[in-house]
Design a protein. Sequence first.
Length: 349
Amino acid sequence: MESFARKNDSAVSPCLWVGTGLGMVLILSLNLPASDDLRQSEPVMVSPSGTVLTLKGAVLTFACLDCMGTLTHPPYEVWRDPHSADDGEKTRKRKLVMHSPSTSQDMGDHQFAVVCSEKQAKVFSLPSQTCLYVHNITETSFLLRADVVTLCNSVCLACFCANGHIMTLSLPSLRPLLDINYLPVTDMRIARTFCFTNEGQALYLSSPTEIQRLTYSQEMCDNLQDMLGDLFTPVETPEAQNRGFLKGLFGGSGQAFDREELFGEATAGKASRSLAQHIPGSGGIEGVRGAAGGVIGDLTRARIALDERGQKLGELDERTASMMASAEAFSKHAHEVMLKYKDKKWYQF
């Protein structure tokens, strides 16, 4: 970032801030070419500035604030596609975008450097390198992730502790704003992938294929439903375009016409009586299908009725045969009784 490398510097310069696992912060000065200088053969000169800052625990993150407490973004180079054909004939020049002013007078004679380690956070005033604020974040545990983010038009330091606590500190005063127990770290994947973003949000991988998103801002939580995306975007059906004469004459897709519109009496006039006349049926193909279905239904019902009639006739034949057999048996028994009592007198009974 662009900052004051030494105590006696009067202007900011490109610097490389290096943090070690023992809590040491080293500032290295970088000698970069100007924005209009296409120096490619000479290497970038790196020299130690002699500035050493100390903290408790391994260093996690750095940030730079101006005199008004606004986050100063590091300079960046605009990316350009080397294979693009749009500006192939133009002379390519490196464009280094500077966000911070070039003189210390514009900076109000100082800027704030925020350094956070696994145990504590410190705010230094540059170029005097005076430690203005110190906050011991945790004593029994350690921080896994710390980021300087923007929240509600201000800047704060967001921290995620190994015991599952999410904490936010104001900048540059390092006043505690939030301390809530969210999720104890039981999986190293969470510890490796947890990160904070702007406007009170955080992300981490809950599984190899799932991203968990959370928020610690009430404003973001209230607007969450409005931020959800839609799978389909509703679009109104456009009106049909007017078909020109030439387009209909020389090509294009076919157009459907009504039979009455082409051959009706309104267009072609009244036909002669000797010509055949088209009498539309009831429903076209659907009507034919319906009529066929009706005929099939009637035939099926008639067949069932015939089967029932044949069954009843068979039952009637069986009953008739049974009655004839009963009549023959009765006649036989009556004849036998008559033969038995034919020669007897009345007094022999």
